[in-house]
Every structure is written in C-alpha cells, then in structure tokens.
Design a binder for this molecule. Structure first.
Ligand SMILES: [Zn+2]
Ligand SMILES: [Zn+2]
Length: 489
C-alpha cells in the first residue's frame, strides 16, 4: 500500500518592482504569509507582481488608498507602502490579509464577506469551524457600500463592525442613519473569540512559588494548568489571576501565561498603568485608548502574546470590580489604532507621533503641567563615555518631521532612538523622555533638560488623573488628548 502525502504547495514567487532594497525583507515575510494563508483558498495560477513604493505619495497615487492602508491590489500587482512605513507596521498581518484577498478572488463572495475573511486570516491559519451568523440582506448591502466607496467615517465603522462580528462581540451601530434593531444575529457581548494571553518571562519570576496554598516543585519543563481563580503568595510579583493560567517551571524561574477575554485584559492594563485608586474617569479614558491600541497591536510577541511590561502595558493581575466597570463604561473612541498611545507623563510637553517616530499625525495632543508630578521637568548629564556608547549603537538620520539631536558633529540621531538606547545601556531613568533639549559640551558630555516620562505621545496619564480629579469626564480628557487628525484612519 502506498501512502499518499499531499505535497505542500510551493511558493509562487512574484516579480519585484520599486524599492528593491527592501525586497529581501518583504520576500521573507511573504514566504511565511504564503504558507500561513494556504488554508484560506487556492493560489491562482499566473504571474503576479509586488511594487514596493519609494514613498507614500507614489503609493497613494497608484492605488487611491487612504493613509491607514498598507497594501492594495490593482489587478495582479500588490502595491505596498514604502519600507520605512511598512517596517513599523505588522507586515506579516498585512501580507496575510492581502494574500488572502488574492486567494478569494473569483469566488463570488460579497465584498464584506471577503474582507472579513481577510481580516480573520491576519491572525488565524485556517477559517473557523463556523462563521458567525449573517446580518439581514439590506445591512449586508450597507456594509458593501461602506467598504466600496463610503466616507472615511463609514469605512471606519465597517471595519470595526467586521472585527466585532468576527469576535462575536457586540456590533457597533452604523454612523448617523438609523438602522434596523439588531436582533437574533447579534451575539451576546463578552464571548470573545480572540482572547488575550499575557506571558511573564521566567527570568522575572524566581524563587519558591505557592499556588492556592500549594507549593509547586520547581522541575524545569514541568507544566501546570489552572482554570478559575489562582492565588499566589503575597511576595510573588504577580497578583491573583482569574481565567486560564499556565505555569511552567524553567531553569531561570517560572513562566506564567494568563489567557483572558479582551475586556479583562483592558481592565488589568488600565489598573496596572494607572493604579486601582486613580479617579474613575481617568480609568475610563485609558480603557478607551487601550481598547484601540489592542485593535492595532494584537500580536506583539511570538505566539501572538502580550508582555506585562511598559512595552505592551503594565499588568499585575486581575483588576478590581470597579475598574472592570470603568472598562464597560469606557467611551467609544474613533482613534486610529496605530496612534492609540499613552505616556506616563508628558510634563505638559506632548509630542506628536510624527515627531517621535516620523510617522502619523504631526500635531501633538494636549497635556497640562501637573504640580507635584515627579516627571514635570528633569535634568540629566550623560558622560562622554555614555555618549560615545550611544553613537556606536545608533545610525544617524531622521525621517522628515522627526525630532532629533546632534552629538558634536555627528547626527542628528532620532530622539526616540537615543532615549531607548540610553535606557537599554544605562537604565530607563537615564534619558526619561523624548521632550528634551540637549547641550553638547566640548568634553564630549551631554547636558539634557526635558519634561515627562516615556515617549510623550498620546494620552498623558498624569494629565488624565489631574483632570479627572478636577471633575473632567473621560470624554473631555480624550478630546483634549487626541486632536481630530488622530481620529481619521
Ligand atoms: Zn482587505
Ligand atoms: Zn510587549
């Protein structure tokens, strides 16, 4: 008897055009996206092309695509944004999405159905066992119209609707016009098809570990699974967890993975970043931002997980009932997920996404100088040796609009690169924020004067606390923090 093994379909390489310097990096992601989407539909025969545009204007002229879109098919050519924009986005997800479009071409699917399947393919290797129920026909037509050529507002709504539909969450109402009362096809809220997993790395969790009163024996490789409530000893870095918890003994310590529904993560991160004692309205405001951030950054770490650190958002454990309530009552925020940022303190000197990363809105949001804020203003001196180490580590050069600093006669270097490199080399308080001015000295040292803590972009948590204490609502806080340009996709 001969066992027949289905051959895995070979990668059909495209022809590359445009910025060929980026071809290697794009091709690598392309190969894995090709394999990852194999179950979404057969790859059509025939040649195809990838055009990596040299700049955003050329991409937008060729495709008519809005700033939020990273790739767009025109016939057999997939047009991609310039590499310096792509590399800041989740290129894998972009390519899985676009390759799925090509796999679904000619299948006669409604526009919104095809779009939903492509969104699904961004994070899943195969279609679900069953798609959620279909909305009534007139509503489907409305979705198609919004996607095909609707206003920006319609499009934002349509994409939010599709993502909520895929997650079987409560569905956002279309803008302005009245819609038929949602009925049987609206799934009850809270049943999240896309849970969030937070992983504490083992090197951060050392020492003996007691779970629900029972000590665990530390044998590397051994794994425990818990469901429901997990209590740790008081001295452990992680607080109580409710949900699905996996603990693995590793040589350096304990790796803890916590899987929860999105709202539970938003609550945990809101409390981790602001504290359970922060005014209710400030927690509502941050919850709204975290909801948008999660939309744009679902796969920050290998395996689609999040870390419990500032990099993603600080998480210590299950949030209080009051913070869960703040999340449930968080305002709907029409914020582009790519710019859904918050910062510990801006010290009254907020920066725009463009100033820090060279991409996104160019106007900074608003923040206030909060008296008593320890990061209101700061001064630092970096020694000549420290400055030399930064120069060795970094490449000079700025993207238009980006803030930078010259170090002697070299540079300018991007401020954000300097801050992060200083943090990695010398500790995170060495270069507290991007809102600063530097004075280069002839002995090679650098004097810094600045405001704030973190990247200084988006919602300032010190401002949110202060404004909420003085009676502002979350809606007011968010309007002050995010100018209109941040809300267009
Ligand atoms: Zn699409
Ligand atoms: Zn992270």
């Amino acid at each position: 008897m001969v066992l027949f093994v289905a051959p895995s379909l070979p990668f059909v390489a495209p022809t590359f055009e445009g910025d060929l310097g980026a071809q290697g990096a794009v091709e690598e992601s392309l190969r894995s996206a090709f394999t990852a989407t194999a179950a979404q539909g057969a790859w059509p025969t025939g040649s195809w092309r990838i055009f990596i545009h040299p700049d955003a204007v050329s991409f937008e002229t060729a495709t008519g695509a809005p700033p939020g879109r990273s790739g767009q098919w025109v016939g057999d050519t997939l047009h991609l944004r310039p590499w310096d924009q792509l590399r800041r986005r989740d290129l894998g997800a972009v390519l899985r999405h676009e390759l799925t479009h090509r796999r679904l071409t000619g299948k006669g699917l409604r526009r919104w159905v095809e779009e939903a399947r492509c969104l699904w393919a961004e994070a899943h290797h195969r279609p679900p066992k069953a798609w959620p129920g279909l909305p009534p026909l007139p509503f489907q037509e409305r979705l198609d119209r919004a996607l095909a050529g609707g206003t920006t507002r319609d499009q934002v709504w349509a994409y939010r609707w599709l993502r909520a539909w895929l997650r079987r969450e409560s569905l956002p109402e279309p803008p302005s016009r009245r819609v038929p009362e949602p009925d049987a096809w609206v799934k009850e809220a809270g049943t999240s098809a896309d849970p969030v997993t937070v992983v504490w790395p083992a090197e951060r969790l050392r020492g003996p570990l007691t779970v629900n009163g029972q000590p665990l024996s530390h044998q590397p490789g051994k794994t425990w699974r818990f469901q429901g409530r997990v209590r740790f000893s008081d001295t452990f870095l992680v607080r109580d967890l409710r949900g699905t918890v996996k603990i693995r003994a590793e040589s350096q310590g304990w790796q803890v993975s916590w899987t929860i529904a999105r709202p539970a993560w938003i609550a945990a991160a809101t409390e981790g970043e602001l504290g359970a004692e922060a005014p209710f309205e400030s927690r509502r405001a941050l919850a709204a931002v975290l909801d948008r951030w999660l939309e744009g950054h679902p796969n920050q770490h290998p395996g689609g997980t999040l870390c419990p650190l500032t990099h993603c958002a600080v998480v210590r454990g299950t949030a209080s009932a009051d913070t869960v309530r703040a999340v449930r009552r968080a305002p709907e925020l029409d914020l582009d997920p790519r710019w859904a940022f918050f910062t510990g303190s801006a010290g009254g000197w907020s920066l725009s996404s463009r100033e820090v990363w060279g991409e996104g809105p160019a106007d900074p949001g608003g923040s206030v100088e909060v008296q008593g804020d320890r990061w209101l203003s700061w001064e630092r001196t970096l020694s000549a040796l420290q400055v030399a180490a930064l120069k060795r580590d970094l490449k000079p050069g700025l993207i238009p609009g980006q803030r930078g600093l010259k170090l002697g006669d070299s540079g300018p270097y991007a401020m954000e690169d300097l801050r992060l490199a200083a943090g990695r080399h010398f500790g995170w308080t060495t270069w507290p924020s991007n809102a600063c001015e530097g004075e280069w000295r002839t002995d090679g040292s650098l004097r810094l004067k600045g405001c704030g803590w973190g990247h200084n972009v988006g919602l300032c948590l010190a401002t949110a606390r202060f404004r909420a204490t003085n009676g502002a609502t979350a809606e007011q806080i968010l309007t002050e923090a995010f100018p209109a340009s941040w809300r267009t996709p």
